[in-house]
Design a protein around this ligand. Structure first.
Ligand code: ZN
Length: 218
């Protein structure tokens, strides 16, 4: 099983489930023509969808529109269930950089039919993920610059301060439904600027104080 490493420590965790938050930045909700949800919207990616730095994105043949979504990734360090928001950050072991790859054409068709999103979000290579930095080294996870470049052109450039629901609230809401275990990861939503990827593209996702992640498209 793939291990999640915390840089500069001996700590590592077996990669668990990846719980993703949809629609957590207002400008991104607007660019997709969605509505701000009353309750947070969650979906999951399997551990098998993860690739690391330097690896290659393989866009499935059934899509013509694979889009990038840069997201702050939160690594859970201990088992929690029904945690209060005020206690939630204590369970965070580290922070990383993730790209939530989304087959937008496939997702839109599934959404219009009321069908689940997995084939648009959970395919092999759909979750490029960096190594993690220890949570204690990040002064304020809710005030980090978050950006993504494709072939040196900036596509996404925002701040985690713009999340509609901050991390404690998200972790509390998720742990009310799913027990979170050491090695589980939360992807916290993407800011505006998502765009289509093409064969040969070089993608660099960066979050201040956390790191950067480079992958290429096959
Ligand atoms: Zn996303």
């Amino acid at each position: 099983m793939r291990q999640v490493r915390i840089i500069g420590t001996e700590e590592s965790f077996p990669l668990g489930k990846i719980v993703c938050v949809a629609r957590n930045y207002a400008e991104h909700i607007r660019e997709l023509g969605n509505e701000v949800p009353d309750r947070p919207v969650f979906f999951m990616k399997p551990a098998s969808s993860v690739i690391g730095a330097g690896e290659t994105i393989v866009i499935p043949a059934y899509s013509q529109d694979c889009q990038h979504e840069v997201e702050l990734a939160v690594l859970i360090g201990r088992s929690i269930k029904g945690v209060a928001a005020a206690e939630a950050l204590r369970a965070v072991a580290g922070y990383g950089v993730a790209i939530d790859l989304t087959l937008r054409d496939v997702q839109n068709e599934l959404k219009s039919k009321g069908l689940p999103w997995e084939i648009a979000k959970a395919f092999d290579t759909a979750c490029p993920l960096s190594d993690f930095v220890a949570a204690a080294t990040v002064r304020d996870p809710q005030n980090l610059s978050i950006s993504l470049q494709v072939n040196d052109v900036v596509r996404q450039d925002a701040s985690t301060a713009l999340m509609l629901r901050p991390l404690p609230e998200l972790i509390a809401a998720i742990s009310a439904i799913f027990t979170l275990e050491p090695g589980d990861i939360i992807l916290t939503g993407t800011p505006a600027g998502v765009s289509r990827l093409h064969s040969g593209d070089r993608v660099i996702a960066t979050i201040s104080e956390v790191g950067s992640l480079t992958v290429t498209v096959a």
